[in-house]
Design a binder for this molecule. Structure first.
Ligand code: ZN
Length: 588
């Protein structure tokens, strides 16, 4: 149950091999800086030697920085007290920033290449396969202000923008909530919202509401200032839509986004019925916000680690033998850290070592069905990386909305099998509810975040939005997204949800829903096509880093995701679980 990190760099945070690797990476970063500095935009197709050299070298540095970052990430996760690992982490951040600046400077120089030379250049065999990504970089650079102004904005953003995000973290870190005479952090208190006891849920919910409410003047400051900065930045760049940045980052069109939300709206009535049924099962007239995720039954089924591993491999085998043998290899070679012990970071992740062409998975396994699902989920991420190993680094960069494709699919395969293997109806009901809950989170909770954020940014354009108004906007968005099913909403959710206060990517919401439904659509297709799907699936994954999501779906699934049909097929699959849940609930 413990992972092997020594085969990557032997000796943990004192590793000499790591020291040598970092030294080499530093030299390579410095060399890249020199190359970019002396680079001038080619005026003719014969002057492209420097360009090829930079692209090559850039990919080498990307590989090394990923490798280094992944290793120190693993070190700090396995032991939160490893201070040496923390120092390595700072080193990695500093080197990452140097690389980022160099890459920006290079991209700005690409704008100076005239279009004819640029098109001819992309046809050269050295870079032809990178043409989508290189084009994208040049186009994005075109949308920015000139280098001096962008540099000034980036420098001011450290304190004037990201600083507000850090202020938010600092404020939240200081908050405590007293529950049963104990001083809890907001994270600890929020965990108690999952209690089986409604009185306890209600009490904690109200205490949390009071806590967020009493600080809401401070959180409205942080939110208004960071969004104000963002809007000013957009205004100066001449960007009028707040969706421009997140949509481009996720390589998707606004039409696709609308088709997705519209189709979800068409299915809201079904989820409303589910929430009404759940209220009935809990003996309530209507659910409150804090009842939505409450457990309806208890699952007692446990699987030890070996059983969990065998179950996953067996289920993968039915879907894709290649994915199954990959999982088997990952278990055998100790790529997974799953031991349940103190001192580990909470949560789970999968991280890639592109230089070694390996991955590592981190989680804490205690035998619950949700642990098995998480393990399958992370193996899905690992498999996605595995099929991309031989590709150029620039083509391996996929965005958040497709990053969850392979993982969600792997998780679904195993969750479906768990439902089929349930030993009793009660067990089955609990496992089905797990699946329905995922849909509720993506179609209702995340939808509310999207509606809120869109409306908030619109109002923010004409001035500061007060805490009272933020509460109103939040409740309106939740009421709409939850199809008016609840009798009490979470008005301070805008303050408590970190995602609204993250400064690196805006709209940290719709990509989750996209990823979930996209993988559902693929799953529906996989079940139709049987064995033939395996290779088709691999080629789809390999293209996730080098085309728009519309092209990806067109090429591999032959569908137009700007139309509702694809989303309907995916939602039908989710609705089937919901129908089964409703029938079983009636029966019980
Ligand atoms: Zn994931």
């Amino acid at each position: 149950m413990k992972w092997d990190l020594d085969s990557l760099f032997s000796g943990g945070s004192d590793s000499e091999a790591l020291q040598r690797y970092v030294k080499k990476t530093e030299d390579d970063v410095a060399h890249l800086e020199q190359l970019v500095q002396s680079f001038t935009a080619p005026k003719h197709i014969d002057q492209t030697k420097d360009f090829f050299e930079i692209v090559d070298h850039m990919q080498l540095v990307m590989k090394e920085l990923s490798e280094f970052g992944a290793f120190v990430g693993c070190l700090s996760a396995q032991d939160v007290k490893d201070h040496k690992a923390g120092q390595w982490q700072s080193k990695r951040t500093e080197m990452g920033a140097r690389f980022g600046n160099t890459a920006t400077a290079f991209e700005q120089k690409l704008v100076q290449v005239d279009d004819a030379t640029w098109q001819a250049l992309l046809k050269q065999p050295e870079v032809q396969e990178l043409s989508f990504v290189l084009n994208e970089k040049r186009d994005r650079a075109k949308d920015l202000l000139e280098l001096r102004q962008e540099t000034l904005m980036n420098d001011l953003a450290v304190d004037g923008y990201h600083g507000w995000g850090q202020m938010y973290d600092a404020l939240v870190g200081r908050m405590t909530i007293e529950v049963d005479g104990e001083e809890l952090s907001v994270g600890q208190a929020s965990n108690k919202l999952g209690s089986e006891d409604r009185t306890e849920r209600k009490e904690v919910f109200e205490k949390l509401q009071n806590a967020w409410g009493s600080h809401s003047d401070l959180f409205s400051e942080t939110l208004n200032h960071l969004s104000g900065f963002r809007l000013q930045m957009y205004k100066h760049r001449g960007w009028d839509s707040v969706l421009k940045e997140p949509l481009e980052y996720n390589r998707m069109s606004e039409k696709t986004l609308s088709a997705m939300w519209e189709t979800i709206n068409d299915y809201k009535h079904k989820y409303k019925k589910y929430l009404d049924k759940k209220a009935e099962m809990l003996g309530l007239l209507k659910l409150s916000f804090y009842d939505v995720e409450a457990p309806v039954g208890a699952s007692h089924q446990k699987m030890d680690y070996q059983e969990g591993a065998d179950f996953i491999v067996e289920q993968f085998q039915r879907f894709s033998p290649k994915m199954a043998s990959f999982a088997e290899m990952a278990f055998q070679n100790q790529w997974i850290e799953a031991e349940d012990r103190p001192g580990k970071r909470p949560g789970g992740f999968c991280t890639s070592f592109p230089d070694h062409e390996e991955t590592r998975i981190f989680m804490t396994y205690s035998g619950t069905p949700s642990n098995v699902a998480t393990l399958a989920h992370e193996l899905g991420h690992a498999y996605h990386q595995h099929v991309m190993n031989d590709m150029p680094m620039l083509n391996q960069g996929y965005a958040m909305n497709v990053a969850e494709t392979a993982s969600t699919l792997a998780e679904m395969i195993v969750a479906d099998a768990a439902v089929k293997h349930a030993e009793s109806d009660e067990e089955k009901l609990t496992l089905l509810e797990d699946k329905v809950q995922r849909s509720v989170a993506f179609f209702m909770n995340i939808h509310a975040r999207f509606l809120f954020e869109t409306r908030f940014y619109e109002e923010r354009k004409s001035g500061v939005v007060s805490a009272e108004r933020l509460n109103e906007l939040m409740v309106e968005a939740q009421r709409e997204a939850y199809a008016d099913s609840l009798d009490e909403y979470d008005s301070t959710f805008w303050a408590s949800k970190l995602h609204f206060h993250i400064t690196d990517v805006p709209f940290y919401n719709f990509p989750y829903t996209f990823g979930y439904l996209f993988s559902m659509g693929i799953y529906a297709r996989a079940m139709e096509s049987g064995e033939a799907f395996e290779d088709q699936y691999i080629s789809l994954l390999r293209d996730t880093g080098r085309m728009s999501v519309e092209d990806l779906a067109k090429k591999h699934l032959d569908v137009d995701i700007e139309e509702k049909q694809f989303w309907q097929d995916a939602l039908e699959l989710c609705a089937a679980d919901l129908d089964e849940f409703m029938d079983l609930a009636d029966k019980l």
